[in-house]
Design a protein around this ligand. Structure first.
Ligand SMILES: *Cc1c(COP(=O)(O)O)cnc(C)c1O
Length: 222
């Protein structure tokens, strides 16, 4: 993989998404590939922008603020997704920078985001991150708390469009992806953010609308 160019890796991942979608009788157009550029500098990101890719994911507000204003100034139509944990005191900066926030996971963050939305004229889509394996120490809201958190988020005026999960490591991810898909349907949501480099094809077959792929595009992070 290290021999291939970023643009070639992008084509390889897109082709794999398309194959998985076709197997599940879905259209590849239903799946958005988020290129996760965390830890990678602008020099690594630019080739993907030049190859026409526009949807990127970052996990830290500060890191994204350092890289993206300049990249956005030179490439139109960039859509930026926040996929990492968000501290409430960074809510306003996140709302200013990101088009979609995948990590809404607790009432205090809902309230910080809802204040930030009122202050700015921006309305990034919000996904609730679910701790789908109910693992202690893992980010995301407990599955049992999801109905209440969704209600709180809607009451706070957040544009909640879907759910996100990171399944337990070292386990077969499919059952967890299926559970998240079921929760999305149960709550009348449309967006399903699941699948990373190791398992995005499985996620696409189970209904992912957003896959978050880093190392398969950019190589291993140091
Ligand atoms: C880093 C990260 C990814 C991408 O992981 P890869 O295995 O490099 O594809 C996806 N989602 C989240 C939440 C991440 O933090």
């Amino acid at each position: 993989m290290s021999q291939s160019s970023p643009a070639e890796r992008l084509e390889t991942v897109k082709a794999a998404v398309a194959r998985a979608a076709a197997l599940a009788r879905r259209s590849a157009a239903e799946v958005t590939l988020i290129a996760v550029s965390k830890t990678h500098g602008s020099d690594a990101i630019r080739p993907l922008l030049e190859a026409g890719h526009r949807v990127f994911g970052e996990n830290r507000v500060q890191e994204a603020e350092a890289k993206w204003p300049e990249l956005r100034a030179s490439h139109e139509g960039v859509e930026l997704h926040l996929i990492g944990q968000l501290q409430s005191n960074k809510a306003e900066e996140a709302v200013a920078l990101f088009d979609c926030i995948h990590s809404v996971d607790r009432p205090s963050l809902v309230s910080a985001l809802s204040k930030a939305l009122v202050k700015t004229d921006r309305r990034p889509r919000c996904l609730v991150q679910v701790n789908i394996g109910d693992e202690p120490q893992k980010g995301g809201c407990a599955t049992a708390d999801l109905p209440q958190l969704l209600e709180t988020a809607r009451a706070g005026g957040l544009p909640v469009t879907g759910l996100m999960c990171i399944p337990p490591a070292e386990r077969e991810p499919a059952p967890y992806f299926s559970l998240l898909a079921k929760l999305v349907r149960r709550h009348g949501l449309g967006e399903l953010s699941m699948g990373m480099s190791a398992d995005f094809e499985t996620a696409v077959m189970i209904g992912a609308t957003h896959v978050r792929v880093g190392s398969a595009l950019f190589g291993q992070r140091s």
